[in-house]
Design a binder for this molecule. Structure first.
Ligand code: AMP
Length: 220
């Protein structure tokens, strides 16, 4: 899904329901930027412009993360793959390394596209506020916190993500249309894409996503 489609929100719910880690490449990159790691230093300016970080940097980061033990039972990738090259890399990684013969057979990922129209996305992105302490996401237009700019859950101050500013948002939506939309086509051609209408209420989207995942359990 595009930036603002609700990937983070839905991914957190999936992670909680199935007891698997949520792996958000955006969050991992932001952590690296905050800690000024080598990767963070390389990614910072690209992210600030709303462009995509290079495939090789992101794939290496995902590879390290997927090799951690908590991924053995499964995982939800959020914001990855974002280019056809990343999708090809992921297929090869899963095929040759992750689901090897010593494990309980191969497993093809379920791919979910959350579809939302452009104007709705702009409102979502410009209204988004994030709690840095717990990652909870609000929207001043649709899901405002009880008290302005303060997290309902822990009272932390809410922040606007650096790349949720209007000029950067346009760049991110362009990157989505040009580089990530073809990923949906890649999976669609393989008959692996499940699209949900992300403009529906958030709980309805969650129900549809769960239904799709559970209809694939054991057959994926
Ligand atoms: P997100 O939080 O998913 O919107 O990601 C924020 C920013 O991180 C993006 O605008 C990109 O600059 C970078 N990013 C996140 N995931 C990827 C990815 N899979 N490939 C390249 N860049 C990414």
């Amino acid at each position: 899904g595009s930036p603002g489609a609700g990937k983070g929100t839905q991914a957190k719910r999936i992670a909680a329901r199935y007891g698997i880690p949520q792996i958000s490449t955006g969050d991992l990159l932001r952590e690296n930027v905050q800690r000024s790691t080598e990767l963070g230093v390389q990614a910072r300016d690209v992210m600030a412009r709303g462009e995509l970080v290079s495939d090789s940097l992101v794939c290496d980061m995902v590879k390290d993360r997927l090799r951690q033990q908590d991924c053995e039972r499964g995982f939800i990738l959020d914001g990855f793959p974002r280019t056809p090259a990343q999708a090809g890399w992921l297929d090869a990684f899963l095929e040759h390394e992750f689901f090897d013969k010593s494990r309980a057979g191969k497993c093809r990922p379920i791919v979910i596209l959350i579809d939302v129209d452009y104007n709705q996305l702009l409102l979502r992105l410009t209204g988004r506020r994030t709690c840095l302490a717990n990652g909870h996401i609000y929207n001043v237009h649709f899901q405002p916190p009880r008290e302005d700019e303060v997290c309902d859950l822990d009272g932390s101050k809410l922040v606007i993500r650096n790349d949720d500013r209007e000029e950067v948002i346009r760049e991110r939506l362009t990157a989505y249309e040009q580089q990530t939309r073809p990923v949906a086509e890649y999976y669609h051609h393989q008959g692996r894409l499940f699209a949900v209408n992300g403009s529906l209420p958030v709980d309805t989207v969650t129900d549809e996503v769960f239904r799709e995942i559970e209809s694939h359990v054991g057959t994926a």
